[in-house]
Design a protein. Structure first.
Length: 367
């Protein structure tokens, strides 16, 4: 908050609706709002002029206090990575993300690594956004915040050759993945990662913490599921739904094929991962009744446990298959029949009582 002409004005930095590459600014005061502006100066000036009817203009960034060491230090508290610049001949490369860093990956950038540079593309000044997407090296070219071209290949040299730009410089050099400054930053990140005592468990509030979730994935899932499985989606989709409760196999259908056959080892790993991330199995019956499993992600699961138990008692979960019903009826009627093995007619009549006429016709294909 700042004071202008003895009036309070609030300035906020938000996401730019026109370009994700730039911040947006909102200024509010005396019931007036600038909306999202492309600069702090434009935001402050528009509201001030609207309130006081003047033509006064303000240099917005100076009012944000970003030039003050105390403000900068406060903003950087808890930040483990700070973007950095590497100068290459007449080109400046801005490294905005080192990607996935693990203790075992010595001197190697990871998935989501990103670095940008400015250069002309088809005679227009452009942003070349270089990043690593899993096993691919990608270059996305922006002009006026709009994507005009994108190239992808298995190596930095190959993808830069496709652009037809800066052909005199190797792609490895332009990605700066092997530059001494980059390697130093990776080493620092690995040392900080090694010095941190990451927890072996977390709660729902930690699910957006990539470092913690990646650590738990390494502990419980990595050796037991296919690398192609989008395991993060299990947690992201769960957070986005209104209910805290999921049916496990139904939820898995969003990342696995419908006909996928789970191995017990894989399911065991998933259950360990779910427990480690603060989830609780609240299934109100054993596996003899059904294979369906109900889980909740709330810290105190008792309310959800009672809800599921109540639904099960009232027959609203629909967990029994017709095959289960048939064999349960067969077992019960066999045990109850006084004629033993010769009481076939009595057995069939008991079984028939548990199915509708339509179900019997459809399943037995009789008229």
């Amino acid at each position: 908050m700042i004071q202008l002409n003895n009036n309070p004005f609030i300035i906020r930095i938000v996401r730019n609706v026109h370009s994700f590459l730039q911040p947006g600014y909102i200024c509010e005061g005396r019931g007036q709002s600038s909306g999202i502006s492309t600069s702090a100066s434009a935001a402050i000036t528009s509201v001030y002029q609207s309130i006081f009817g003047s033509k006064t203009k303000y240099a917005g960034l100076s009012y944000l206090g970003l030039d003050q060491p105390e403000t900068a230090q406060k903003l950087l508290e808890g930040i483990t990575f700070r973007p950095f610049i590497i100068e290459l001949e007449n080109i400046t490369v801005f490294v905005s993300c080192l990607g996935k860093i693990t203790i075992s990956n010595t001197n190697k950038v990871g998935h989501n690594y990103a670095a940008s540079l400015f250069h002309k593309y088809r005679r227009v000044q452009s942003v070349f956004y270089q990043h690593i997407d899993k096993n691919f090296f990608v270059i996305t070219i922006y002009q006026n915040s709009q994507i005009v071209a994108e190239y992808k290949d298995i190596s930095p040299n190959a993808v830069w050759n496709k652009t037809g730009v800066l052909t005199s410089i190797l792609g490895d050099t332009l990605f700066v993945i092997n530059h001494s400054i980059t390697l130093d930053k990776i080493n620092q990140a690995r040392q900080e990662l090694g010095s941190c005592q990451l927890p072996n468990q977390c709660m729902l509030t930690d699910w957006n913490n990539e470092i913690i979730m990646e650590h738990l994935y390494e502990l419980y899932l990595k050796r037991n599921i296919r690398r192609s499985v989008e395991w993060r989606q299990v947690f992201q989709n769960w957070m986005q739904q209104k209910s805290h409760i999921i049916e496990l196999y139904t939820h898995f259908c969003e990342i696995y094929d419908l006909d996928y056959k789970f191995q017990e080892r894989e399911l065991h790993a998933w259950r360990m991962m779910l427990r480690a991330t603060g989830c609780t199995n609240i299934t109100p019956y054993n596996k003899d009744v059904s294979c369906n499993e109900f889980w909740t992600n709330v810290p105190d699961p008792e309310k959800d446990r009672k809800t599921i138990a109540k639904l099960y008692e009232e027959g609203l979960l629909n967990v029994n298959s017709q095959a289960d019903t048939l064999w349960n009826c067969f077992r019960n009627s066999y045990n109850a029949n006084s004629k033993g093995i010769d009481g076939k007619m009595r057995i069939l009549s008991i079984i028939a009582e548990n199915f509708t006429y339509k179900e019997i016709i459809e399943q037995l294909e009789v008229m």
